[in-house]
Design a binder for this molecule. Structure first.
Ligand SMILES: Cc1cc2nc3c(=O)[nH]c(=O)nc-3n(C[C@H](O)[C@H](O)[C@H](O)COP(=O)(O)O)c2cc1C
Length: 346
């Protein structure tokens, strides 16, 4: 593939795993790197204002072996954002992303996140300040606009490119839509046409085929995949493999997923201690076990675990269920085969 150039950063991946608060922490990113060394990935969003009080925020902690990785900042004060950007650069981030897409009222009411799309002049001022304070490439993640009447992403992106933004991630929904409805990939293509730097199209991609379709519809350079990677840190590897070669890599077997779930929990515990690690790990364990047969009851209990021991016990019980089922299925298969043989002998 042709490398995607984000300023001086060159990446060998069509996939970007964009920020997800409460998800894309160091433990999650380690799980992704276990499968895929190339994919672009970013931290959870970090408050520029909070960094002024506590510059050592653990949210910005990066591991030396996880590059290429970016740090996402949110805020609406140029000076504060510029200072925060310097702190992020010092952490070793390969790029810095400005959040202009978060729809949460607690963020937008302070003029942060998607609210910046309503104030394009302020968005430009902040971005200029950030760009002039760091040497690493600066990117912007935004939505189509504030609401149906104000879909200004193409115009805003073009203005932001002129002040030096090196790439965009465009989530094909407005702030008003939140996460409802389907992402509008055609509207993303309008943004792609309005700039010459790389654009990652984002919204509702769940599989290698979806990724290919998004690239075809939007003309984007890459695809940003968020929710579908939860409980599936191998997905970016599968999508890259498909887009680069046309071939499919299988996803791990259910039994392997259980081992990966425990590995993820252990990474969280290593970084955050058992109490916080297990509390934050519950959602991941639920995600890894999604769709497993006969799992509803055990998954409900997994959602309430309080210790690693409890989590391991439940995952082991689930494994037993799966093994029993496989045995049964093998038996069924054997029975079918022998039946087939009998028929063929006849
Ligand atoms: C739990 C969660 C947390 C998110 N946190 C952030 C964030 O911190 N910054 C951001 O720009 N977008 C955030 N997003 C939005 C995603 O990056 C992405 O734009 C959105 O989920 C659409 O992509 P998808 O359909 O692939 O999930 C978050 C989404 C989810 C589900």
């Amino acid at each position: 593939m042709k490398k995607i150039k984000i300023g001086k950063l060159e990446i060998d991946s069509y996939v970007y795993i964009p920020p997800m608060a409460g998800v894309t922490d160091l433990a999650f990113r380690k799980m992704v790197r276990f499968f895929d060394k190339e994919t672009l990935i970013a931290t959870e969003m970090v408050s520029s204002k909070a960094l002024m009080y506590n510059p050592n925020q653990s949210l910005m902690k990066l591991s030396p072996d996880e590059h290429p990785v970016g740090i996402q900042l949110f805020g609406h004060e140029s000076e504060v954002m510029a200072k925060a950007a310097v702190l992020a650069e010092v952490q070793g981030a390969d790029f810095l992303d400005i959040n202009m897409g978060c729809p949460a009222p607690k963020i937008t009411k302070g003029k942060d996140g998607a609210a910046l799309m309503k104030e394009p002049d302020l968005a430009i001022e902040i971005t200029k300040a950030v760009i002039s304070s760091v040497k690493i490439p600066v990117t912007v993640k935004m939505r189509l606009g504030w609401d149906e009447c104000e879909k200004n992403a193409p115009n805003l992106a073009s203005r932001l490119e002129q002040v030096g933004v090196c790439a965009f991630t465009i989530h094909g929904r407005t702030r008003e839509q939140g996460y409802t409805g389907a992402a509008d990939w055609n509207a993303i293509s309008q943004v792609k046409k309005s700039v010459s730097v790389p654009v990652f199209g984002n919204g509702d991609v769940r599989s290698p085929h979806d990724a290919l379709k998004l690239l075809e519809v939007t003309g984007c350079d890459g695809v940003a995949i968020a929710r579908a990677t939860m409980g599936a840190p191998w997905l970016s590897m599968q999508i890259n493999q498909f887009l680069k070669t046309g071939s499919f890599l299988p996803e791990p077997e259910n039994i392997e997923k259980l081992a990966l779930a425990l590995k993820h929990l252990d990474e969280l515990i290593k970084i955050k201690g058992e109490t916080v690690g297990v509390r934050e790990g519950r959602r991941h364990l639920i995600n890894y076990t999604k769709g497993m047969p006969e799992s509803a009851q055990i998954r409900a209990q997994i959602g309430q675990v309080n210790s690693r021991y409890e989590a391991k016990e439940l995952l082991s019980r689930l494994k037993e269920e799966l093994l029993n089922r496989m045995e049964k299925n093998n038996f069924v298969k054997e029975a079918e085969t022998s039946k087939f043989k009998l028929i063929s002998v006849k």
